[in-house]
Design a protein around this ligand. Structure first.
Ligand SMILES: Nc1ncnc2c1ncn2[C@@H]1O[C@H](COP(=O)(O)OP(=O)(O)OP(=O)(O)O)[C@@H](O)[C@H]1O
Ligand SMILES: [Mg+2]
Length: 312
């Protein structure tokens, strides 16, 4: 029998609420639904992009998926097993299999720790390679993998450029041989000239180490370049999810169209005639009663009423 391989990550009906205090302290607060009924799969070796405006819930999805913030409800199956509801002890070995890379590499680094120690820290925490010689050799190898001279291991974070600091964070992220990396705006804080180098590194490592990525970004051109599929998030919900090419060539949801119309094109003639779509503040682009419907193979759309109004 030729069964489809199970996705590496399968998220169903994920909800994350944060309690908000009412401005009048004696009144009960309300819950903010930062992530609201989100479902998606990521196939092994693929890159899934999450795009959407600031505050739409992208980072919270990334954190909830890795259990950095416990989900309020929903199911997360990772490498074939449910991980919500696991005790801290049972979650520990699973945590080795997924890692995060954040936007600001300097904030992730420990300014008082030599970067070699920082990269080796997960190995120490998990009691792997206890012999210092063996660990040092492994760390040197990680430095080479991310394009850094292993001699740099003795230096401190402030002695590196932003791009090099992000390479160090990536070296630490791959130290425990994870299968999934959540990259939350990994290039936004870097110089434009460095961004492509870091993205190329992530792509090379994906191939070499068989990594799967959840790539969160504001950079729609970069998302188009590296992602296999893209989910558009609006107020905590997925409003459209499709293979990258299909989404960029045939966006159906009005919110996706607004987002994509903001992409600049490096051609002055095209730029001059490019039509910007503006958001209509009177519309709720993600009506709560809208459900994701598969409109063509792999292309999912929240069938909101406003989608009908804006099809042309
Ligand atoms: N720990 C928290 N406590 C309360 N509210 C939170 C917390 N973390 C996030 N939020 C709220 O949840 C919503 C989603 O935030 P989130 O950081 O996930 O958005 P985002 O899409 O990643 O935005 P950005 O693009 O700016 O990074 C926001 O309204 C935010 O204020
Ligand atoms: Mg964020």
């Amino acid at each position: 029998m030729n069964a489809e391989p199970a996705p590496l990550l399968s998220v169903r009906n994920l909800v994350k609420t944060f309690p908000l205090q009412h401005p009048f302290l004696w009144r009960p607060g309300v819950d903010l639904r930062a992530v609201d009924d989100v479902s998606f799969d990521i196939e092994r070796g693929h890159t899934m992009g999450l795009v959407g405006e600031s505050g739409s819930g992208k980072s919270t999805i990334g954190r909830a998926v890795t259990m950095l913030v416990p989900p309020t409800s929903g199911s997360i199956r990772f490498e074939g097993a449910e991980i919500t509801g696991l005790t801290t002890a049972k979650l520990r070995p699973v945590r080795r299999r997924f890692q995060m890379v954040f936007q600001d590499p300097y904030a992730s680094l420990n300014p008082r720790m030599r970067v070699g120690g920082f990269v080796a820290e997960p190995l120490v925490i998990h009691g792997l390679m206890p012999g210092p010689g063996e660990r040092e050799e492994y760390v040197a190898d990680l430095f080479r993998k991310v394009g850094l001279d292993p001699a740099f291991a003795k230096r401190y974070p402030h002695q590196f450029s932003g791009g090099q600091q992000q390479r160090i964070c990536i070296a630490r992220a791959i130290a425990l041989k994870p299968s999934l990396i959540i990259a939350d705006e990994p290039i936004s804080a870097l110089d434009v000239s460095i961004q492509a180098q870091v993205v190329n590194l992530l792509q090379d490592l994906q191939e070499e180490l068989d990594l799967t990525y959840l790539f969160i970004s504001h950079d729609l051109n970069m998302v188009r370049h590296i992602c296999h599929r893209v989910a558009v998030i609006y107020r905590g919900r997925i409003v459209e999810l499709a293979p990258t090419r299909e989404l960029y060539e045939n966006p159906l949801h009005p919110y996706t169209r607004v987002l994509l119309s903001a992409i600049s094109v490096p051609d002055p003639l095209v730029e001059r005639t490019r039509q910007h779509l503006l958001m209509d503040p009177t519309l709720d682009y993600g009506e709560p009663d809208s459900r994701l419907t598969e409109v063509s193979t792999g292309h999912w759309l929240a069938a909101a009423r406003c989608a009908v109004d804006h099809t042309n």
